[in-house]
Structures are given as C-alpha cells and as structure tokens.
Design a binder for this molecule. Structure first.
Ligand code: DGJ
Length: 734
C-alpha cells in the first residue's frame, strides 16, 4: 500500500513487514530519501533528512548550497552541481556540458504495475500491487525523470525503475542512468556479493566495508560468471536467521554496477544500474529511455528471510509460461556424453536406454548444424547437418517421440563463426571496430543484434528449425563475452548504445520465441551460468547453472545461486565420473541427490556408464517425482554451508503448509572416529509431529518427533562411511 501525506509532503510505501519513505523538501522541491526498514506505523520520520540541521536547505542558506547537495539523502542523485558522491544520472547537452538537478513536479499512485517497454520486469495485477510514479524535472536540460516504485501485497520487496525523457527542444546524451539508490545512515555493514569464474559461478563473498567506494560490476556485455548483479549490505551480526539486510538484485542481463559508497558523514549510498562504461544514449526531443528494474528486499530476519522473499517474488511475479508452476520433464543431454561426436544412431541409442529408465526428454546439444564437428565453425548456419543427423531432424525427433521421450535442441543464436556461410555473406554483421582485427573467443564473434535485419535473419532460422519437427525444449546458449564494441549499423554518436541495444534485442528474440512457441520449455545458458539473472528468468523458467557438474563443486555454486533464485530455476544434472571439470569421483547416489535440488536431469552416456550406476536411475527418477513439487514450491533454508565449515553441507525445504519437508545432508570428507552430526531444522511447525525417514538408507524410519524438538534439539545424522556421501531425509506430518 502507498500513501501520500500532502501536508508533510511525504510518501510512505508499505509492504507486509517493511516501510519505504520519500519526502519532498524546500521551495525547490528536492526529493529526499527518508527511511527504509521495519514497517512504521506513522509517516512522521521526515526529520531523518536532517533539513533542520546545518547546512540547511538552499532557501534558508544559499551560501552553502554545495554543502547541502553533498550531504542531503537524495532519492535519485544527479551530479555536476555539488553532490560529489556517486550520481545516478548523467546527461551531456549538445554544448558538451554535464550537470543536473532534479525537482519534484507531480506524482500519481496507480493500482497494478505498468510493464517496462522492451524490458523484463516483475509483474502483478491491480489486486496484487500498487505503483508510485514520481515525476521530476531538470528544466535547464529539458529532462523529465520518472521514478517508479511498486509494492506487492504478498511480498517484502520494493521494485524500482526509472524512465528518462527529453522534454526540451535539443537532443541530449544520457551517459549514465542507474535504476535505484538508497541514501541511508551507515551502520558498520558487511557487503555480500557473488563472484566466480567459468565453472565456479556465484560463490558467496562477505566482507567488512569502511569509508570509500566498494562495488561489483560487469562490463562483459552479460551479467557474467565473474560477478553478479546482486548486492546486499548486512549488519555485522547478521546470520541466516537474524539481522538486517538491504539487498538489491538487477532485472537485467547486460553490463551493471552495484555499489556502496560510505561518505565523510558516515552515510552510505547504495546504487545499482547499467554500468556507465561505454554507455551513451542519444535522446532526441520527445524520446524516452527506460532503465531496467531493481528489486530491493529489506529484512531484519537474516538470510533465510531475504532468500525466501526473493524466491517467492520470482516464482509468482517474474517467471512465466506453461512451466511456471509445473514439474519439468527429466531430460538427458548429450553434451558431456558425446561432445561433438554424435549422429542419429548414437542419439537414438541414448534415447532407447533412457526411455527404459524413466527419463522423459532427449536434448541434442551443440554440433547438429552446418559443418560443425568442433567449436571452430558454423555458428549462424542453423541448418541441420544431414551427414550427422541422417534421415533428417524430423525423422530423429519422431523416432525419439516413438520411444516416449520429448525432444529438445540447443542453439547459440547470438553468435557467428568467422568460418560460417553467414559470416562469408555478411562480415559486417559481427560486432567489430571497423579496421581493427576482431578479438576471437572460442573462435567466434558476437552478432550485432542492434541491427534488426540480423535479429530477423537469426530468429527466422531458429524458428524454421523449431517449426520443422516436434521440438518441445530449447537450450539457448551464449558462449563468449562482448568485446570490440562497434556496430557497422549505428552512427558515430550512437555507438555507445550498442551494449544496451544488444540486450534489448536478446529480450526481443526470446519474447518472439516464447510467443510463437508458447509450449516450449526454454532453458537459458551462457557457457554454464554466466547469464543467470532475473532478466533471463522472465523468459525461461530455468537456467543452466554451471558447466561444473561435480557434486561437490555444485554445493557452493548452488548455495550461492539459491541465495536469490528459486531451486526450480537451477539447471542441475547428474553427470559421469571422473567429473569432466575437476576429475573427481563421487558416488552416483550423491550426484543424484545434489541434482535433485535443481531442475534434475542427466548429462552422460547412459549406454556406457557402469551398470550399478544405471540401475540407480529409476530410483532417482522416482525420488524426483516424489519430491519435485516440494522442491519447486517450498521454502528453502540453509542449515550449514560447506563453503564456510569445509566439512559438510546441509539445506532444507519446507512446504508452505509445513506438512512436508526434505533435508539434504552432504558429508564431504569423512572423518575417522567421528560422531553423528546434530542439525537444527528450521521452518517446521513446532506443534506438528513428523515422521522422519532417511530415504537413501534403505528407508530407515527414524521415529516420530515434534517440530519443536527437531528445531530446538535437532536431528542426529550419523557419520557415513566414505567421502562425498549424501543423505536425503524426509519429514512428513503424521
Ligand atoms: C556451454 C554450455 O554450458 C554447455 O552445456 C554446452 O551446451 C556447450 N556450451 C556447447 O557448446
């Protein structure tokens, strides 16, 4: 709910447990940030803007205008005229000048949530949510800025976005536009962020911050393996269960910067938006620029509460399509099984065996098109290679369908190989700096998707493959980052638009795809999980989490991913050993149990794996069917973290009605002469009684306990014989 106190000129945005307050001050109508935190009963906190203290507002003390600008808690700060902290927006006029200041002009409070033109965003009906549209202007630049805030009745999230319009007569250049800012008092925060590399995505990092600027960012053209569009400022004492957290997550898949700046007065400015590096957007008179959305979550109840706020919001108000609330078919993907070395017969042999074991879909990965037998050619030539796929694609799909399996296919639509028919015909379709040799990565270039003819050509090719056979799943991959930022299609003063135009075009293509083929299960991927972000989740209900499928490596990757994203979104497969990324050998059972915390599937040659592993598949499949509704829909609690204790990992899922729960415990290295571990469960109903079953220990029933005992006294998990041993423990109300 959103209210406006006209007398005090104060806006109050309430979620079930939080309040966010904005005030308008002085004759010049500055828009200030008042408060974000636990829900307030009254809207009387405008004193937090400290306008009653020196240096006072400019109408009372104009000689210290600069001092005012440099300490006032701006709701959306500008730069160049006296606020020396990080600005949220920067514009360059035709005269080459920068410098702006925004004043409140008007506002409206709307039921529901307007869509953001061309961009993914959370959504809700008029009953679900309310939106505040604050309009402000800089009359000297001729710029209007709309600040949009939405609150949901069923979520402790506040979403924000910004729209900038040229209301003057001259064009101007937008060289920076962030989407959110909170100016607040600094309380000795730690900063929590996610980092990694290829095959090591989203490891959680927590570090103490002091005065100065601390940021995470990507200007790789995608959200990236290395960094993640997420930032949380947390109290030093915050734990899983307690403590304050201010978190921001960007609904965007390109360059970003998330930053905390601790200032001279012990204030902190937390910002998030498109990375300004190489960004410059020309706005002609009458034109607008829509910046992407930031989702903000505040809690005083620790990481479990933050996580479940994001999970529930994304499950209900971001993810779409026919698979939004549905169990996904268990797939088998041939990438780690065959790499490029496959043909119709090989795929059918895998499908035949898979169908006997309860697997429900075969996915044909990279290598089925053009002359592609390795990663050095043919991207852009999306025509089936009938030398490999003998009999053609339709024949293969029909045969797979006859075995009772669905069929899925891999594409990498955004790329072009120098050795491709497409590149030979259109060398200017690759992103490149004219006259400068291009930087190859995995022997490929990135297509210039800022050109509509390129988008149409590639979309046309992909769609025609999908129309040619009964294809029910697409894996959309993207295997390199953007370099040599230049477009043959854009004029000189619009080259700075390329990064963002590229992201908009990816969204446009996925929008077309999901509209033309609404029954498709789309799984995004980027060399593993380099584009695992809320922007892509708007189009695909699941994203391939990492190219590292090792069960132990996955503990940390999945922990970091699940910090924000629902388990239903995390692509997770059982693969063969020694693992192809790390060479580790883990029990097949453990690989299955770890993958059950994600979408679940297989990525191995099922005709070749050891017989005893193959024999375990039907039981794993049965476990998936038994528990996937709970895994997809339940609340997620982190019990112990291997990345912190270096001994064992443990997480728990609890159904909304608290009647059912599933605990996963992974003992990484065994310790000799060691006792069982006591784990304190969470989220149960203290008054309910639960039957505890150790599912993979010959279904040992470990008695019936009350939720109260399990949460306070805990459950004993016996020490297991051997390394990398996992236990799946179910709890059912009796
Ligand atoms: C990277 C993906 O993450 C892999 O799963 C696989 O599809 C390869 N690309 C294929 O090139």
């Amino acid at each position: 709910m959103i209210s406006y106190n006209e007398k005090e000129r104060v806006f109050k945005l309430d979620t079930p447990n939080t309040s966010y307050m904005i005030g308008i001050v002085d004759e010049e109508n500055f828009i200030g940030h008042i408060y974000y935190g636990r829900r307030l009963k009254e809207d009387e906190a405008a004193y937090l803007m400290r306008t009653g203290e020196p240096p006072f507002v400019p109408s009372k003390n104009n000689r210290e205008r600069c001092s005012f600008y440099d300490c006032f808690p701006f709701e959306y700060p500008t730069g160049g005229v006296g606020d020396f902290r990080e600005s949220c927006i920067s514009v360059r006029t035709p005269g080459g000048h920068v410098g702006s200041m925004l004043s409140y002009v008007s506002h409206e409070i709307l039921k529901g949530k307007p869509a953001l033109e061309g961009l993914p965003a959370t959504f809700g009906t008029e009953e679900d949510c309310t939106t505040l549209r604050l309009v402000c202007e800089d009359q000297y630049v001729g710029m209007q800025v709309e600040l949009l805030y939405t609150v949901f009745g069923d979520s402790d999230a506040v979403t924000r976005s910004v729209r900038v319009s040229n209301i003057g007569t001259e064009p101007f250049y937008l060289t920076k536009v962030y989407s959110a800012c909170i100016d607040m008092d600094f309380r000795d925060y730690d900063m929590v962020s996610l980092h990694g590399s290829w095959a090591r995505e989203r490891h959680i990092q927590r570090e103490q911050i002091g005065l100065g600027i601390h940021n995470v960012s990507s200007f790789r053209g995608e959200s990236s393996h290395q960094d993640h569009p997420f930032l949380a400022l947390v109290d030093r004492n915050t734990t899983q269960e307690n403590g304050e957290i201010y978190a921001m997550n960007f609904v965007y898949s390109g360059n970003f910067r998330a930053q905390a700046e601790v200032t001279q007065f012990d204030y902190v400015r937390m910002t998030m938006g498109i990375h300004p590096e190489n960004f410059c957007w020309k706005l002609e008179s009458g034109e607008s620029f829509q910046a992407p959305e930031v989702v903000m979550v505040y809690t005083d109840k620790g990481f479990d509460a933050m996580t479940n706020t994001f999970h529930r919001l994304y499950k209900k108000h971001l993810i779409r399509g026919v698979y939004k609330d549905k169990k996904r078919p268990i797939l088998i993907n041939n990438w780690e099984a065959t790499y490029f070395d496959f043909n119709t017969e090989k795929l059918l042999s895998i499908a035949r065996e898979a169908s006997q074991l309860g697997i429900e879909m075969l996915v044909m990965d990279d290598g089925w098109f053009g002359r592609r037998s390795f990663d050095d050619c043919a991207l852009g030539d999306w025509k089936v290679n009938e030398d490999k796929i003998t009999g053609g694609l339709k024949y293969l799909v029909d045969e797979v369908n006859k075995l009772g399996l669905k069929f899925g296919i891999w594409f990498e639509p955004e790329m072009i190989s120098p050795d491709s028919d497409l590149y030979r015909a259109h060398p200017d379709w690759a992103i490149a700096i004219p006259g400068r040799p291009g930087t190859e990565s995995r022997q490929q270039y990135v297509l210039d998707l800022s050109r509509q003819e390129v988008v149409d050509c590639i979309y046309g090719q992909v769609a025609s493959v999908l129309r040619s056979a009964n294809i029910e799943y697409v894996k959309w991959d993207m295997n390199r980052q953007l370099t040599d930022i230049g477009s043959y299609g854009l004029p000189a003063d619009r080259q700075g638009e390329l990064y963002h135009r590229y992201v908009l075009a990816v969204y446009q293509m996925q929008d077309r795809l999901t509209k033309e083929f609404p029954y498709l299960l789309l799984e995004n991927c980027s060399g593993g999980g380099a584009r695992f972000d809320p922007g892509m989740l708007y189009f695909s209900p699941q994203i391939w989490c990492s190219d590292d499928t090792d069960a132990v490596e996955r503990l940390e990757i999945q922990e970091g991913t699940a910090l924000i994203y629902p388990l239903s979104t995390m692509g997770a497969h059982v693969s063969d050993c020694p693992n192809h990324a790390v060479g580790r050998v883990t029990p097949f059972e453990t690989r299955g149990i770890v993958a059950l915390a994600g979408t679940f599937g297989y990525e191995l040659d099922v005709t070749k794996i050891p017989q005893e592993d193959r024999e375990m598949i039907p039981a794993q499949v049965a476990m998936y069917h038994k528990y996937n509704d709970l895994v997809r829909e339940g609340d997620y609690y982190r019990i112990a973290s291997y990345s912190q204790n270096h001994k064992y990992d443990c997480w728990q899922i609890v159904s909304e009605d608290k009647k059912q729960s599933l605990v996963t415990f992974v003992q990484v290295l065994n310790r000799v002469n060691f006792k069982s571990r006591r784990i304190l469960l969470k989220g149960l109903d203290a008054d309910k009684r639960y039957q505890v079953v150790f599912e993979n220990d010959d279904n040992v029933v470990d008695r019936i306990y009350s939720g109260d005992t399990l949460m306070k006294a805990g459950l004993l998990v016996p020490n297991a014989w051997g390394d990398f041993k996992a236990r799946l423990i179910s709890l059912t109300e009796v």
